[in-house]
Write a protein that binds this ligand. Structure first.
Ligand SMILES: C[S@@+](CC[C@H](N)C(=O)[O-])C[C@H]1O[C@@H](n2cnc3c(N)ncnc32)[C@H](O)[C@@H]1O
Length: 280
């Protein structure tokens, strides 16, 4: 067995603790193989003989870049186009018809390599007609965002894109890009990708009509979930929608939203009285 597949309990504890404090992600006590499996190449590349010296480097001022790389490697970025399609049907059939003529703003938080915001963009472009829209897509990982901004994917990743969307909103690569697919510029220009850590509230006061926050809460404990949801709700307009992954819920959290369906929530709109004041 390679030396780099062994990690001391001390180094394992330090790495787990760092990832929890910076990204909120809970790494289980039984995940030593996952941690060494994802990090050993970094140790080899940087010439560290064990995880303690690697972690000391990560914490040093020279290790600022490696801190990001380590967290990137320990997060799970799995995603694909039109994952959990019922949410895209709900967006098309329930949310968009209630939007009226107002510009629609969607925040796709934890967007990974961009398949999710590009799927949302296809639905908005197809359904909103002349109504204006844009999407903010964020993730903690600069590496996945770099990929997302290119809008280019391996062709085998496109299985779940409906055929008519594929024809309209994607282009197959030729030459050097053979076997690749690119999302059309008219959709990509509507999406801004930004690095953002869900543990923090967004600093500007932008309000979104819909927030997709899917398949990331599962990595957090309840305390972190509460903090993240409180942060997100500050950016959701009254009457706006919050969409989680199918296996996630807000159960056990103190949140002022209404459950519309499992995994779909709505922030209450202010009550407007229809009663007229009667002169006495
Ligand atoms: C499993 S992917 C989910 C991608 C997409 N939302 C989906 O449902 O297909 C989880 C993403 O959450 C991001 N993430 C994890 N912790 C985060 C945090 N504290 N702030 C922002 N993004 C985070 C990871 O970098 C990863 O890209």
């Amino acid at each position: 067995m390679s030396l780099l597949s062994n990690i001391s309990p001390f180094a394992f504890h330090k790495i787990r603790d760092h990832v929890y404090r910076t990204a909120g992600i809970v790494i289980g006590a039984d995940k030593t193989a996952m941690v060494t499996g994802r990090l050993w190449r970094r140790l080899e590349l940087l010439g560290h003989r064990d995880y303690e010296t690697y972690f000391a480097y990560v914490c040093s001022s020279a290790g600022a870049q490696e801190r990001n790389t380590m967290v990137d490697l320990l997060t799970t970025n799995e995603t694909y186009f039109f994952r959990e399609p019922a949410h895209f049907h709900f967006l098309r059939d329930d949310i968009i018809p209630q939007q009226g003529a107002n510009k629609m703003r969607v925040w796709c938080a934890a967007s990974s390599t961009g398949e999710e915001p590009h799927s949302i963009a296809m639905v908005l472009a197809e359904t909103l007609g002349k109504c204006d829209w844009d999407i903010l897509a964020t993730d903690i990982s600069s590496k996945v965002l770099e990929h997302a901004r290119t809008g280019v994917y391996r062709a085998e990743r496109i299985n779940h894109i409906p055929a008519d969307y594929l024809k309209k909103y994607c282009r197959r690569g030729i030459g050097d890009y053979e076997g690749m697919l690119a999302v059309v510029p008219s959709l990509r220009s509507r999406i801004s990708f930004e690095q953002h850590n869900l543990l923090h509230a967004r600093e500007n006061n932008a309000q979104f009509d819909v927030i997709f926050l899917r398949n990331v809460l599962i990595y957090f404990d309840n305390e972190t979930k509460q903090k993240v949801i409180d942060n997100m709700l500050q950016s959701l307009r009254p009457g706006g929608w919050l969409i989680l992954g199918h296996c996630e819920s807000l159960q056990g959290l103190d949140v002022g939203v209404k459950t519309i369906k499992p995994s779909i929530y709505r922030k209450p709109a202010p009550v407007t009285s229809t009663l007229k004041r009667v002169a006495v």
